[in-house]
Design a protein. Structure first.
Length: 432
């Protein structure tokens, strides 16, 4: 019991100190676990560590052995928005100040921990902590040319503006294999926590756009909690050819009470359901190729998927039919491979593509959350330090993606959102 209690205690401590801020596929990470991330997030058909088992496919936990995985990533998203055109000052429009701004929040440490224990030759238990996030922007307190600002500065006339959202997941897993290990199934209950704060958005309340202006902006940090599950399966179709699939349920979260005048349905912000399907093929004794597809249903969450347009038809922020960020669902295609040079070195690489979820008509509100990335290029390695210890590294580069649309509050202006991303991740694993 003492051997098992240590990693569980570490997870509990880590849950108290970690802060996550990662957004690559919308606000989901491009992968989970350093080995998966180095292969562009593939792994539904080939789980290699306890973190990926919890976040990609719980059925794969029976194949990772007794281990503890700890990882730390430095994630760097560089965001900016540009406004062109002076706008119209006739009492019916709300132009933004022209020019380009860069977000001042650019570097975030992101941690993850995972533990697995094989009960016998067919059953395994696991526990993991990982995060999502990245709806984190910090726009400077610069001038705004709109007369509605009454001399105030900031993109929305409220000084420094932006949002900060992070999600943390504590996931337990049980997996069972059958037919001499050819098939396996797994189930993971998920416990989730979210934190959010917004500032600089008071103008939307002053202009009558919020159902609860006192709970719209600058209310400090709020918290939300909820639960869901992930279920998955793996099958060895032929020797060296594996198929895996998993489904993560919608996670129903308690509402953000302090921001019930911002998010639709009086502050609700559930976490969308998603699907993963992957094939893993051992092309040779040393090289394995992976192909995964992931689908995330952002449109099912009203605060995320409802477009902004209802705002101009009388629907107010925070109302049951209130507007949101207008995000579409995402489908991401991932390709990855690994080459086992010898018993001490494994090299990995990959790329993924998913059409970003924001339409040009939704650029105004998404100044706060410009999740526009599409391509991810990745690489990395694992080096065995001893029979028990491994060091893994993963690198990700997501090239700049831009999206442009009209300012819905002043059609004479164009707003452009842009982002570029990098990440470096280091992981240590201990087998026992």
């Amino acid at each position: 019991m003492s051997k098992n209690a240590l990693p569980i205690g570490l997870l509990a401590v880590f849950a108290l100190i970690t802060q996550t801020a990662e957004a690559t596929n919308g606000y989901f990470a491009h992968g989970y676990g350093a080995r998966s991330k180095a292969m562009a997030g593939t792994g539904a058909g080939q789980v290699q560590d306890a973190i990926a088992a919890a976040a990609l496919n719980p059925a794969g936990l029976v194949n990772v052995g007794n281990r503890l995985d700890g990882e730390l990533e430095l994630f760097a998203p560089f965001r900016e928005y540009s406004v062109s055109g002076q706008g119209t000052f006739d009492g019916r429009h709300f132009p933004l100040g022209p020019g380009t701004q860069e977000s001042e929040s650019n570097f975030f440490p992101v941690g993850a921990l995972g533990w697995s224990y094989q009960l016998d030759g067919q059953q395994a238990l696991g526990l993991a902590l990982y995060g999502n996030g990245g709806m984190n922007t910090d726009w400077r307190q610069v001038g705004n040319s709109s007369p509605y600002c009454f001399g105030q500065s900031g993109v929305f006339c409220g000084g420094r503006a932006g949002v900060d959202m992070a999600q943390a997941f504590i996931v337990g897993t049980y997996a069972h294999s059958f037919a001499n290990g050819r098939y396996s199934v797994g189930l993971s209950p998920i416990f989730a926590a979210q934190t959010f704060k917004a500032r600089g958005l008071g103008i939307f309340g002053a202009q009558g756009y919020s159902s609860d202006p006192a709970s719209l902006s600058d209310r400090g940090r709020d918290y939300s909690f909820g639960a869901g599950f992930r279920v998955g399966g793996q099958a060895e179709l032929l020797p060296g050819l594996r198929l895996g699939a998993s489904y993560k349920s919608r996670i129903y979260m308690s509402p953000f009470e302090r921001y019930r005048g911002l998010f639709a349905q009086q502050g609700e912000f559930d976490i969308p359901d998603s699907f993963n399907v992957g094939i893993s093929w051992d092309a040779t004794a040393a090289f394995t190729a992976n192909f995964d597809v992931e689908h995330i249903r952002y449109s099912e969450i009203k605060s995320v998927g409802t477009p902004l347009n209802p705002l101009f038809s009388g629907a107010k922020l925070g109302a049951g039919n209130g507007p949101g960020f207008g995000w579409n669902d995402m489908t991401i295609y991932k390709f990855g491979g690994q080459w086992r040079q010898n018993d001490r070195w494994v090299w990995r690489g990959g790329f993924s593509y998913g059409q970003q979820p924001i339409e040009g008509s939704e650029v105004l509100f998404n100044i706060l959350a410009p999740g526009v990335q599409e391509w991810h290029l990745t690489g990395g390695f694992t080096h065995a330090l001893s029979k028990a210890d491994e060091l893994s590294f993963a690198f990700m580069y997501s090239p700049q993606r831009t999206i442009t649309g009209a300012n819905p509050l002043d059609g004479n202006q164009q707003i452009e959102l842009a982002m570029t991303q990098f990440s470096l991740q280091l992981g240590w694993s201990r087998k026992f």
